[in-house]
Design a protein around this ligand. Structure first.
Ligand SMILES: Cc1cc2nc3c(=O)[nH]c(=O)nc-3n(C[C@H](O)[C@H](O)[C@H](O)COP(=O)(O)O)c2cc1C
Length: 360
């Protein structure tokens, strides 16, 4: 059993953000190697797992129905039924990622009960995170993600359910600066006393989605409130350099920072942030280091996802070489790669013909 605790995790925390369709097992492991202190899974739908269990058990009206722990776990005995389950692929991690937190989303407490029961049993993560920040239409349409700001009693019930199932593992929550007229602080006050042990704040509103100026005051305000409860805050949004991270930490007083978009093809940012926090200079990585990192990430992907792993890596290849001279040519080269040999050949060509990037 994990003895991870948000309280004892050294501060300031530097974290890779959960990113659906992007922060896969390989990206996360590489981010850890470059200095991320903790990783989160991509978000996992609680509806998907609940309905799959209910279907197996032949439950007619599965939405919101309580399924006993025994029944939930009994379904796992049928290995063929669960083979290649998409949620399981998302929840899988490797030991070097620990502490590893599984993030879940939904709006039915019973679905969280089913999902966390299964994922906890199978994967033994270090904690569960609940997504109260997602602005995606498909998620909001189902009453999940950031629109739960409008239903704090339901949000509380969800947090209590997850904690009850995964106890003694800690539960954390991820919020936005505001959903419509409800700011994060108002939401937090409305769920006061719920059993969560860490908050991550994406300092942008629902309307801003993933772009635009983050509102650092929302971070500062939340930190002041959470300090009275001894709950750490991780600030997120628009952090693209070591300097940004230091400024955000100073301004908000947060206990950590989380980076999403600026880490695409750039796991080096976690070392850069660590160096900036320590007041040390950070040497930009060499082309050889970049190439070695791409290869290491691809090998992890192949090991865990098989040959199709390289296809999923293609978007990462493009991010790694964005801003390089002849970017279009490189894109052509990398977007067709199907095997590790082809990748090595393409990288060797890049090594011979390229200088360092013009932009990071
Ligand atoms: C492609 C993509 C997928 C994302 N998926 C998730 C997710 O699964 N769970 C989550 O809490 N946030 C998700 N986010 C939001 C990020 O975790 C982060 O809060 C947001 O991008 C702001 O950070 P940034 O400015 O450093 O990118 C996603 C963002 C992007 C760009």
């Amino acid at each position: 059993m994990s003895n991870f605790s948000w309280q004892t995790l050294p501060k300031p925390i530097v974290a890779l953000a959960p990113m659906s369709g992007v922060s896969d097992i390989a990206m996360r492991s590489i981010a850890r190697r470059w200095g991320s202190d903790i990783t989160f899974s991509e978000f996992i739908s609680t509806d998907a797992l609940h309905f799959k269990v209910a279907h197996y058990l032949g439950l007619g009206q599965p939405k919101g129905v309580h399924i006993s722990k025994e029944d939930i776990l009994r379904t796992l005995e049928d290995k063929a039924y669960w083979e290649d389950d998409k949620s399981f692929v998302l929840a899988k991690f490797i030991e070097e990622e620990r502490p590893f937190i599984i993030q879940v989303f939904g709006n039915e407490p019973e679905h969280f009960h089913t999902t966390v029961t299964i994922l906890n049993q199978l994967f033994k993560p270090d904690g569960f995170d609940i997504n109260f920040g997602c602005p995606a239409r498909s998620v909001i349409h189902n009453g999940a993600g950031s629109c739960l700001f409008l239903q704090p009693d339901l949000a509380r019930k969800i947090i209590e359910t997850v904690k009850m199932v995964c106890d003694p593992l800690p539960v954390s929550i991820k919020l936005r600066a505001a959903y419509k007229h409800v700011p994060a602080l108002e939401f937090l006050k409305a769920i006061e006393g719920a059993p969560f042990e860490n908050v991550t704040l994406h300092m942008r509103t629902y309307d801003q989605v993933h772009h635009g100026e983050p509102n650092w005051d929302s971070g500062k305000e939340l930190k002041q409130y959470l300090a009275t409860k001894n709950i750490p805050l991780i600030a997120n949004g628009g952090i693209a350099s070591g300097e940004d991270a230091v400024k955000v930490l100073e301004y908000t007083g947060a206990d950590g920072v989380m980076v999403a978009q600026a880490s695409l093809g750039n796991p080096f940012i976690f070392s850069e942030i660590k160096a900036a926090i320590a007041g040390k200079p950070f040497e930009p990585v060499s082309l050889a280091q970049r190439i070695e990192t791409v290869l290491a990430q691809t090998r992890i992907m192949l090991e865990h996802k098989g040959p199709r792993g390289i296809i999923e890596m293609r978007k990462h290849f493009l991010w790694y070489f964005k801003g390089f001279p002849n970017a279009a040519e490189l894109r052509g080269l990398l977007s067709k790669v199907e095997t590790i040999d082809q990748l090595e050949a393409a990288l060797a060509t890049i090594h011979q013909t390229q200088t360092e990037p013009t932009t990071a």
